[in-house]
Design a protein around this ligand. Sequence first.
Ligand code: BJW
Length: 249
Amino acid sequence: MIEHSLAAAREILSRAQSVASFSGAGLSAESGIPTFRHAETDALWSRFDPMELASVDGFAANPKRVIDWYNMRRSKLAKAAPNPAHEALARQSKLVHITQNVDDLLERAGASAGRILHLHGMIGKDRCSASCGREEAVELSRPRPLRVCPNCGEWMRPAVVWFGESLPAQVWHRAETLCSQVDCLLVIGTSASVYPAAGLLARARDARKEVIVVNTQPLLAGDSAALELIAPAAKTLPQLLDGLTLRTL
Ligand code: BJW
C-alpha cells in the first residue's frame, strides 16, 4: 500500500512545476528532538504546561524557569544531528522550506538559510523581550543563563513565537503567498493544530493544489484530494524525493 502511494506521490511531484515543503516537529523526531503533541512519544506538551513555558505571561511570571527550559532544549539540540529526512529535503536545492520548527537541522543538513522560512522563529537566537531590537546568537552547547538586554536592561528571551504572539510578518507573508502559488505542498510531520501556520494547509487545499502528507499518523481523514503517506519521515522522504529535481517557483 505504502509503495503504491509512494509511486503516486512521486508522480504528482514529477508533474508539478512548483513545490514547497511545510514541516513540523515530526521532521526532527527521528533526530531525537521531542514533538509537542505526538501521543506515542514523550511529547513536550504532555510533560510541560505550554502557558507556563511558551507564553509572554508565563515568561513574566517566572523568566528563569522559562530560560532554563529553553536551555535544556538547546543543549539537547546541540547534540542532535539532521536525519535522512532533513538531508533529502536539503538535497532539493531549489526548494523553499516552510517550517514551524525552531531548530536548525535543515540548515545543518545543507539547505540554504535563504530558502528556509522559520514561521515560529529560531531557538538558536535570543532577542530583547522589550523589542528594543537587540538580537544575539546563542551557542546551543553553551547557552547563557537568564540575563538582561545590554541595550535597555529588560530580559533577553528566546527568539521564538509564543502562544498569543504574531508570526514574523515578512516570513508569514512569503509563506502564505507561496502556498497559494505552488502546484504542490509537501506537508511533513505536523499535527496542523496550531494557527495561523496550520491554515497554510487549508489554503493549499482550498486553492485545489496537490497536497502530499508524510506523517506517522493520519492527518486528513476523509480528504480524498490529498495523498497521505503514513510512515516515518526519515525513511519516506529519501524514497519520495531522491531522483527528482523539484523547484519552488
Ligand atoms: C511524525 C514523526 C515522524 C511524529 N515522521 N511524522 C486561545 C488562546 C490563545 C491563542 C489561541 C487560542 N486559540 C487559538 C489560539 C491561537 C494559537 C493556536 O493555534 N492555538 C491552538 C493550540 C489552539 N496560535 C497562536 O497563539 C499563534 N499566534 C497567533 O495566533 O497570533 C494571533 C493572536 C494574537 C493574540 C491572541 C491570540 C492570537 C502563535 C503560535 C505559536 C506556537 N508556538 C509553538 C512553540 C514555539 C517555540 C518553541 O519551540 O518552544 O510552536 S507551540 C508548538 O506547536 C511549536 C510548533 O511549531 C507548533 C506546531 O506543532 P507541530 O510542529 O505540528 O508538532 P506536533 O507535536 O503538534 O505534531 C507532530 C506531528 O508529527 C504529529 O502529527 C505526529 O504524528 C507526527 N510525527 N513523528 C513523520 N517520525
